[in-house]
Design a protein around this ligand. Structure first.
Ligand code: NAP
Length: 286
């Protein structure tokens, strides 16, 4: 039976790996903190003691890691994925990273005869649990075709965007827009409250008009309820804004709004809200 690997069992990775396991795939896991493997091990997954072992054992290895530094460490580190990569194997990285990191990983995997697909995802904890993510793939087309049945267990919309780097860039643009929306929502709620307006009425009015959207509906309600439990950790939103601003810098595209929003999220991280949901930005503006 075909073997699949999954590396990185954080908020997103643990839900995605679970969906593969419950769909009947044979999955071998690795996570830096091995304790996070236990729950899925109980569901029948195997656990390896290094990313290299996962890659060596599996035909296709998936990864879902925090940021470029984590993605690089897992690929290039001692006992990393690269060390277990051989001809024909596939590596699919769901992590949100910059295009250069993704392309560097792709080139190294290809140099060892492997195949690489970047596949950052849009959607948070709940869509990861429900298997309704939007998956933005780019890179090796044959690996896309082969991984598609697995990806269809994880997402409701799977896109193939062409050459490596396009998935990473698309994801950063999408999240840059989302970060701006969150900053506007938080400032609007704070201003409304200062002006003596009823916050629930403000959300209701937003919901009824042209700016209605699921983000305002869900996160607006959570903010009013004081619920900042992490679905999308604030530190990752700030990382995505930083990478988007860097992309704009490299391409000569002015991004004054995104740059300002990045500074707001940096401030929120500095104030200790990095591990909370990105809607915790509200605490720094209210
Ligand atoms: P998370 O809960 O913080 O999990 C991060 C994972 O990366 C953990 O498995 C962690 O291992 C691992 N990791 C971090 N540094 C590492 C290193 N140096 N070496 C090896 N492993 C390392 O993050 P998440 O929310 O699942 O997000 C994962 C990725 O998906 C991020 O790129 C994020 O931007 C993106 N994303 C998140 C969401 C969301 O709503 N949460 C939505 C779309 C995309 P440990 O368990 O050992 O710390």
């Amino acid at each position: 039976m075909q073997q699949y690997g999954f590396i990185g069992l954080g908020i997103m990775g643990s839900a995605m790996a679970r969906n593969l396991i419950t769909a009947g795939y044979q999955v071998t896991l690795w996570n830096r903190n091995p304790e996070k493997c236990r729950e899925l091990e109980a569901l029948g997954a195997m656990v390896a003691n290094s990313p290299a072992r996962v890659a060596a054992h599996c035909h296709i290895t998936f990864a879902m890691l925090a940021d470029p530094a984590a993605a690089r460490a897992v690929c290039f580190g001692e006992e990393g994925v690269l060390a277990g990569m051989t001809t024909g194997k596939g590596y699919v990285d769901f992590s949100t990273v910059d295009a250069a990191t993704s392309q560097e990983i792709g080139a190294a995997i290809t140099a060892k005869g492997g195949r690489f697909l970047e596949a950052p995802v849009s959607g948070s904890r709940k869509p990861a649990e429900d298997g309704t993510l939007i998956i933005l793939t780019a890179g090796e087309r044959t690996l896309y075709d082969e991984a598609l049945p697995c990806l269809e267990k994880l997402g409701k919309k799977i896109l193939y965007l062409g050459e490596g780097g396009n998935g990473a860039k698309m994801k950063l643009v999408v999240n840059m827009i989302m970060g701006g929306m969150m900053a506007n929502l938080c400032e609007g709620l704070a201003l409304g409250a200062k002006a003596g307006l009823v916050p629930a009425e403000l959300l209701d009015i937003l919901e009824s008009g042209a700016v209605a959207n699921p983000l305002f509906r869900l996160k607006g309600g959570n903010i009013l309820a004081g619920n900042f439990a992490p679905a999308f950790p604030l530190k990752h939103m700030q990382k995505d804004l930083r990478l988007a601003v860097e992309l704009g810098d490299r391409l000569g595209q002015p991004l004054p709004c995104a740059a300002a929003v990045n500074e707001r999220f940096k401030e929120a991280k500095k104030e200790g809200f990095g591990e909370e949901d990105f809607s915790a930005l509200y605490k720094t503006v209210s």
